[in-house]
Design a protein around this ligand. Structure first.
Ligand code: DGT
Ligand code: CA
Length: 571
């Protein structure tokens, strides 16, 4: 969140809390006024702060300027936290209910002893709020609606859910007449695995027309604000902010709203050291404009190379860019195949031939069919007969689709003791052995690590699938020492999978970066259970890029001959 917004929000909340506590009205008003002023001031509060000029802002004295510094450094301030601790926390949650201010909350608390969202919801359902002066049937309905929204949007949303929504809105906005360009910015552009909202930017010389068009998007549940150059709506529980900029400022805006905040701050500091200024409108030296039209122009003016958004986290990319030593990140077009997918022989919905045709349409040169192994009862498990049918079918399809390589693989379950769920004669017939944990997740970290490392040390193991086992929003990872898995991956020539399923994204970008440092290979797979899911590869590639991976760090960028050498473990 931009510092102006953050500070004005906290000051506003403090005013409300002071009011709820029955404090001195002058104090309440001082916070309220400061909040309103900061919210509407066009300049960046961060610039004032970095230049030590906060107290030049009307209404900001010593006390409030110290609070702003605290908020900047820590995201909150001590007195705000203290005020919150003085009131039942449920009462504070109630402040987030749209349409409920301190006065109404005070009445609810005094008359009906309501001090939590749950109690509020119950009372509204039972029609008890209507008995109070100033509350009607409509208020009750609105309160219930607002609570539903609060609950649905409380958490961060997985990227795999937010990105398709953002892309659809982007397509919609692109069609608006006066729109010349649309970009998704913020954490989505950086491929962060969970996101808080969708930030979009537009070039247009008719902002009003863009706003009208934008809020008419079919899935808008609620319009939060519709202004001259910025509007906010809610789509599927996600806030979507759209801002319109002129072409000449667009690069600066895109850079600013892509973030991350830490990256922006680092660049601004660099600029301040030169006596320059960078904001969402451009790069300036005193009043002279140096750049702003494109991101490239701004980075170049700062003697830097353009930095891919996935790297913009202030984790060393700024320094490397200044030295012209940024990594050359893996691209979707580098991907030559997908080594983990399920056919109708186990729990997939598509036939092997359908998977092959889809892979060819994606421009791949190979895939591996990896149906589940023998004792996995949940997934229509393998039998010897079934395996030989798959083997024969692949042989036949290889004839039909010459030039495209179909590898016979299996997703082999790792037993509790680290043994593999597959007999040696069949293991020896497989081109690719993908190993994975599917049960007994509740082991100690030590035991689990030992179990997986043992499986990885098997001479036939090639890829460790979904290495941490997490399911986003459903199940956390099992306990495992990831550093040891990475070492084992390098030592035993086993690739760690980056599972591109939107439910998994496992391994994370942080682990990718560590894999690169330790020299372990990563294989980006979709784990598809139908041909549509093969399109998820881009989620894996984005995550790999965010983990600083280059083409050579990723197994499935290899051509088929090199891949086969890796799988055979002979160099
Ligand atoms: P999110 O929404 O939590 O998933 O993460 P972001 O990075 O999308 O954050 P958001 O939506 O609050 O802000 C969008 C971008 O705006 C952010 O990446 C960088 C820029 N920005 C926000 N707050 C600040 C700030 O206080 N200072 C600077 N320099 N930039 C900021
Ligand atoms: Ca955002």
């Amino acid at each position: 969140m931009i510092l102006n917004q953050k500070v004005s929000q906290i000051f506003h909340d403090m005013a409300v809390l002071l009011e709820l506590l029955g404090e001195n009205p002058f104090k309440v008003r001082a916070y309220e006024r400061a909040a309103m002023h900061i919210e509407s001031m066009p300049e960046s509060l961060e610039d004032y702060l970095l230049q030590g000029r906060l107290r030049q802002i009307p209404g900001i004295g010593k006390d409030l300027s110290e609070k702003i510094e605290q908020i900047y450094k820590t995201g909150t301030c001590a007195q705000y936290e203290e005020l919150k601790s003085k009131l039942p926390s449920g009462l504070i949650d109630m402040l987030n209910v749209q349409g409920l201010g301190p006065k109404k909350i005070r009445i609810l608390y005094d008359k009906l002893h309501i001090d939590s969202l749950d109690k509020l919801e119950k009372a509204a359902r039972e029609g008890r709020l209507q008995t109070l002066a100033g509350f009607g049937v409509k208020t009750e309905e609105n309160i219930l609606k607002a609570i539903r929204f609060l609950r649905s949007s409380a958490d961060r949303i997985p990227l795999g859910k937010a990105l398709p929504i953002a892309l659809d809105i982007k397509n919609f906005v692109t069609e608006i007449d006066s729109v010349r360009r649309v970009d998704i910015a913020g954490s989505i552009r950086r491929f962060k695995e969970t996101v808080h909202d969708i930030d979009m930017l537009v070039i247009s010389d008719k902002p009003g027309e863009v706003m009208d068009g934008f809020i008419s998007y079919r899935d808008v549940d609620r319009v939060i604000a519709c202004g001259g150059k910025k509007s906010s709506v809610v789509v599927a529980g996600l806030q979507v902010d759209l801002r319109v900029f002129d072409e000449e400022n667009y690069g600066a805006a895109l850079m600013y709203f892509t973030g991350s905040k830490q990256h922006n701050i680092r660049l601004r500091q660099l600029c301040l050291e030169k006596g320059w200024k960078l904001n969402e409108y451009g790069l300036y030296k005193a009043n002279r404009r140096l750049a702003g039209k494109s991101e490239e122009e701004i980075y170049h003016r700062l003697s830097m190379d353009w930095i891919p958004p996935e790297l913009r986290e202030d984790q060393g990319e700024v320094e490397l860019s200044l030295e012209h030593r940024l990594p050359s990140l893996v691209e979707s077009t580098d991907i030559k195949g997908d080594l983990h997918m399920h056919s109708t022989y186990s729990d997939g919905a598509s036939s092997i031939e359908e998977l092959v045709i889809k892979a060819i349409s994606l421009g791949y040169s190979y895939i591996a069919i990896t149906d589940h192994s023998f004792t996995l009862s949940v997934a229509n498990a393998m039998t010897r007969d079934k395996f030989f049918s798959i083997y024969e079918e692949v042989k036949r399809l290889r004839e039909k689709y010459r030039g495209f390589e179909i590898l016979v693989g299996m997703e082999v379950d790792i037993f509790g003791d680290g043994e593999l769920d597959c007999h040696k004669d069949i293991l020896d017939m497989l081109d690719v052995v993908v190993i994975a944990i599917h049960s007994r997740f509740q082991m100690s970290k030590k035991q689990m690590t030992k179990r997986i490392v043992k499986a990885m040390s098997h001479p036939r193991a090639n890829v460790l699938a979904h290495p941490t086992g997490r399911l986003l929003g459903v199940r956390d990872s099992y306990e495992v020492d990831i550093e040891e898995l990475l070492n084992a991956a390098r030592n035993y020539q086993v690739a760690l999978e980056l599972n591109a399923s939107p439910l998994r994204l496992d391994i994370t970008s942080d682990v990718c970066r560590r894999a690169k440092e330790l020299g372990a290979k990563v294989c980006i797979n979709t784990d598809s259970h139908s041909i549509d899911q093969m399109d998820n590869m881009y989620l894996g590639v984005g995550t790999a890029r965010r983990g600083w991976l280059e083409k050579d760090d990723v197994l499935n960028t290899m051509d088929i001959a090199s891949l086969k050498r890796f799988l055979a473990k002979n160099g």
